[in-house]
Design a binder for this molecule. Structure first.
Ligand SMILES: Cc1ncc(COP(=O)(O)O)c(C=O)c1O
Length: 396
């Protein structure tokens, strides 16, 4: 059986990680993987997480199975964190805690496929590559709508609306709630409003994926778009990651929610969701979800976490400002204002694939496809090296 498998290739992201590992230069800079690093290059553990774990250890809680729907306290906490305490969507929501938003997206794909196999799922272009895979693997058709114009480093909202003209009833429209991956370019509130109108006109189901709450403009500000949308559409799918927001990447905690019409059967939806997830991975892990619940259910820990998350955002905002200035200093004709305007971890530099390869080979600087750089993983020194290398490459 196993002899039949030959020449199985790495996907572009795995291949990049291998090239980074193989590069022995002391000057190499990894701007690929999506983690936050402090100025010393470490991926820090939040103090709120450390204290929550200490409390959990003292509680010595059972390690018995939960349900495939995971930790219900975590679900209630995250529903409130996303929607606020009094949003009407909380009256018509069914949720599961999943092993991260990756699993939530894969679960959503399976859920949609089983209920609406002919639906097409629409992704912005460019898009985080794994996101599309989750839906293709479930057997759904996928299409892309214009989202970002790399030639001018701006959102292409006109192109987006034109492409969404082709949506068919029951299609799924995937949107990033904040800090768009890979472009950092988010919709404004009037644009979310326009999207709500499109969703209603076309009778499609929006799927909002939120992986960076708190990294853009603020913990509440970053979810203003999804709050607006959920209040105006009959149904919505929501996926949320706690990996970055709580810095618990490897603990695997995420949310998958179905906001349904008021007259739908919540019990049936919950049972269907439970069975869908059970068939995918049987049971959810609990540790990450328990940490998040410990933090969000304690006033002191919640405040500590908010302060730490605000400091993370502050570092990203400062780094964006500094990178813009440095890029423009060494490239006098280059307008880098988009770096400062965009939100969250990522931005895409206007480099071709060939130029990106030269950044690796000549300057040991590694980025994901679309020249996506992780601004949140950069030290001040590295941002200067990036700006100089960028100037050298575009000046060739
Ligand atoms: C937009 C987006 N959604 C989902 C995920 C998956 O996150 P998790 O670690 O919770 O699986 C990521 C991870 O990078 C992401 O960027």
């Amino acid at each position: 059986m196993f002899n039949n498998l030959t020449n199985y290739e790495d996907d572009p992201i795995e291949a990049l990680f291998k090239r980074i590992g193989a590069d022995k230069s002391v000057d190499k800079i990894d701007l690929g993987i999506g983690v936050f690093r402090d100025q010393s290059g470490q991926v820090p553990v939040m103090q709120a997480v450390v204290e929550a774990e200490q409390q959990l250890l003292k509680q010595n809680a059972s390690k018995s199975y939960m349900s495939p729907l995971g930790n219900m306290d975590y679900c209630a906490d995250l529903e409130r964190s996303i929607f606020g305490v009094d949003h009407e969507a909380l009256q018509r929501i069914v949720s599961a805690q999943t092993p991260g938003a990756g699993a939530a997206l894969r679960g959503a794909a399976e859920f949609v496929q089983s209920l609406s196999p002919k639906a097409t799922v629409w992704f912005g272009s460019p898009c985080w590559g794994h996101q599309i895979e989750f839906f293709e693997r479930a057997g759904l058709s996928v299409k892309q709508y214009r989202y970002y114009n790399r030639a001018v480093s701006k959102l292409d909202f006109t192109g987006m609306l034109e492409d969404l003209g082709a949506l068919q009833e029951d299609d799924v429209l995937l949107l990033h709630g904040c800090c768009h991956n890979p472009t950092g370019e988010d919709l404004s509130l009037p644009q979310w409003q326009r999207i709500a109108e499109v969703v209603r006109e076309k009778r499609v189901v929006p799927l909002v994926d939120i992986a960076y709450q708190g990294f853009g403009s603020g913990i509440d500000e970053d979810v203003a778009g999804v709050r607006l949308l959920a209040g105006q559409v009959p149904q919505l799918i929501l996926t949320v990651s706690s990996s970055k927001t709580f810095g618990i990447y490897r603990e695997r905690a995420g949310l998958l929610s179905i906001v349904h019409q008021a007259n739908a059967s919540a019990d049936s939806l919950r049972r269907k969701l439970r069975d869908t997830l059970r068939q995918l991975y049987f049971m959810a892990p609990n540790h990450g979800a328990a940490i998040v619940h410990e933090i969000l259910s304690s006033e002191t820990l919640q405040q500590l976490w908010r302060d730490e998350l605000n400091a993370v955002r502050q570092q990203i905002v400062e780094m964006r400002g500094a990178l813009k200035v440095t890029l423009e200093q060494v490239n006098p004709n280059f307008d880098a204002s988009f770096i400062q305007r965009q939100k969250g971890m990522f931005s895409c530099l206007p480099l071709s694939a060939a130029q990106q390869l030269r950044m690796e080979q000549q300057h040991h600087i590694y980025m994901l496809p679309n020249a996506r750089v992780n601004v949140a993983a950069m030290s001040t020194e590295q941002s200067k090296a990036l700006a100089n290398a960028f100037a050298a490459i575009i000046g060739e």
